[in-house]
Design a protein around this ligand. Structure first.
Ligand SMILES: [Fe+2]
Length: 265
């Protein structure tokens, strides 16, 4: 699997605490069948304490450590960019990093809001040839209440990354149900770990991948975990299935499936 969302770099945000923890996280990645990881420290305008150059140096340092420790994990540069109207300029100026210098960029929404400028930012990014990937929208309370918000954003050209722990109920039942609904309606294009440490929010996602395999076809499982993220790393176009608008009866059905899955665990 390829993970497009990780806070494995130490000392830049609320992720890894030091290089030792980064190496522990890297070992866990390999043990869990993940061989490529995009380093996506938070980019929050006015609240970050590193420059893109410093971040690139830290990534190179970790690469060296991984080589010396013979941990077969490939890492790539990126950022998780907190949305606001000025991020388009920051991305174009390369102050905020796209994924592996590609046209794809990981964008974070507020947890409890869907600001009116979200559509404008997506529109502007698309106009400049940049493809936004919305990080874990199943955790956004507005999306939980109305997942069809994403139907519109995807039709504008946005893509979606789901956090695997959401499928195990790590953020609550409603987030889990929303994640399942989105998967069943072609509104997820990548899955990620959003790893922060080697403890709670870690690369140990095996059981969540098992749940994923019960929700999507083998072909879609491959696309979500390897095919699509590899296209991002290679800066290639991604073929996506058209999103399906969620009907009210599907929402009830999805909740039942969620309950059934939880009961089986
Ligand atoms: Fe994150």
């Amino acid at each position: 699997m390829i993970d497009l969302h990780s806070h494995i770099i130490s000392g830049v945000d609320d992720g890894s605490e030091d290089i030792e923890m980064s190496l522990e996280i890297a070992k866990l990645y390999v043990e869990n069948g993940i061989d490529k990881v995009v380093c996506t420290p938070h980019y929050i305008e006015g609240a970050i304490s590193y420059t893109p150059e410093e971040l690139k140096i830290k990534i190179e340092e970790l690469k060296k450590e991984l080589f010396q420790a013979t941990i077969p994990l490939e890492i790539y540069p990126g950022n998780e960019i907190y949305i606001n109207p000025s991020i388009v300029g920051k991305i174009l100026e390369v102050q905020a990093l796209t994924i592996n210098n590609s046209r794809y960029t990981l964008i974070e929404l507020p947890m409890n809001d869907m600001p009116i400028y979200v559509k404008d930012v997506i529109y502007e990014l698309r106009l400049k040839g940049i493809r936004p990937i919305i990080a874990h929208p199943e955790r956004n309370s507005r999306v939980v209440n109305d997942p069809n918000i994403l139907y519109e954003l995807i039709n504008m050209g946005a893509l979606v990354q789901l956090n695997l722990p959401s499928l195990g109920g790590m953020y609550g039942d409603r987030v889990r149900d929303t994640g399942m609904k989105l998967l069943q309606h072609n509104m997820v294009h990548f899955v990620g770990t959003d790893t922060h440490t080697n403890r709670r929010r870690s690369p140990k996602v095996g059981k969540f991948l098992d749940i994923l395999s019960t929700i999507v076809t083998d072909k879609d499982f491959e696309a979500l975990t390897i095919g699509n993220p590899q296209s991002v790393l290679d800066n290639k176009e991604i073929e996506i299935k058209p999103p399906i608008k969620i009907k009210k009866k599907d929402i009830k059905l999805s909740s039942l499936i969620g309950l059934f899955t939880a009961f089986q665990q």
